[in-house]
Design a protein around this ligand. Structure first.
Ligand code: ZN
Length: 295
């Protein structure tokens, strides 16, 4: 557990908080609150034994942020106002995240077997953009950052000037936008919005805390990765290429996750979202399913 400020802690997720785990944030004081539950089930049980968690806040409905939730099923649950009731059913959630029932069923089986993921339930409370979640010594402003996912939120603690940047995660992979509802431009806009908060430290869901001075560079590097992705896709279109051919090359995952939904569905979505913008911006043309660089 890393103390970030008075009554505010980061709990590092298992496996250095790499997927399928994430960091959680713990608020103590008047009540004990945890933001996200994907730190690993044993660790979560241990924290609950010593701190007795009263309230669970979920930052967005990706599996690495909600796994372990069933341990705290009887506590007060807060979800973003954008989260629909498909989170109460793994196949429905999978259908939302993959875009088809067929893949949704495969996704549900995967997260159930590998992550032991259980569905959420109807929440006891909701939060939305600009809401202040007031826990006395910690006062969190909820910041809606769609693009990564429609219901993705970051939080800013006005007391300690700590920014919880959740899945603006500064990973070397760069930004992740592999679900159908993900969108590159709102994600970039959301990151720029988050950067305007007067933070002294930044803590993401998958890395250790960064001080304010270093964070600015991390944000900029993370934003540059959008352009790197775009250039990678543009480079694949020097000669006419189909989406399937690009997916087979696997520009982002380098075929490390071949045969999985992550590569077959999510990486393909990331390629497609870049292609859409490149065609819109007049850098590519599409003919009979082939994308070709113009000029
Ligand atoms: Zn996420």
């Amino acid at each position: 557990m890393i103390k970030l400020a008075k009554d505010l802690y980061l709990i590092e997720g298992d496996n250095n908080a790499r997927f399928p785990f994430c960091n959680a944030f713990l608020i103590t004081g008047r009540e004990t609150v945890i933001i996200d539950t994907g730190i690993g089930e044993q660790k979560l049980k241990e924290i609950d034994r010593t701190n007795r968690i009263d309230r669970v806040i979920i930052s967005h409905s990706h599996p690495d942020h909600i796994s372990g939730y069933s341990v705290l099923r009887d506590r007060y649950l807060m979800l973003p106002e954008e989260t629909g009731d498909e989170v109460n059913d793994l196949v429905k959630l999978g259908t939302r995240l993959t875009g088809s029932t067929e893949d949704g069923i495969k996704w549900a089986a995967f997260v159930k077997n590998i992550l032991r993921l259980e569905p959420l339930r109807d929440p006891d409370g909701r939060y939305g953009n600009g809401d202040i979640l007031d826990f006395d010594s910690v006062r969190l402003e909820a910041i809606h950052v769609p693009g990564h996912l429609n219901d993705h939120y970051c939080f800013f603690d006005h007391e300690s000037k700590t920014l919880l940047s959740t899945d603006i995660d500064f990973s070397s992979f760069g930004p992740w936008y592999g679900n159908p509802e993900c969108s590159i431009e709102p994600f970039i806009k959301g990151i720029r919005k988050v950067m305007t908060f007067p933070y002294d430290q930044v803590c993401s869901s998958h890395k250790l805390p960064i001080t304010g001075v270093a964070a600015k560079g991390c944000f900029e590097q993370f934003l540059e990765m959008f352009d790197r992705h775009r250039q990678q896709i543009l480079g694949l279109c020097d000669s006419p290429t189909t989406l399937d051919q690009m997916a087979a090359i696997s520009p982002f995952y380098g075929n490390k996750l071949k045969g999985t939904i992550v590569q077959d569905v999510f990486e393909k979505n990331m390629i497609q979202k870049n292609l859409d913008l490149l065609v819109r911006d007049g850098l590519l043309e599409k003919q009979n399913g082939y994308f070709r660089r113009i000029g």
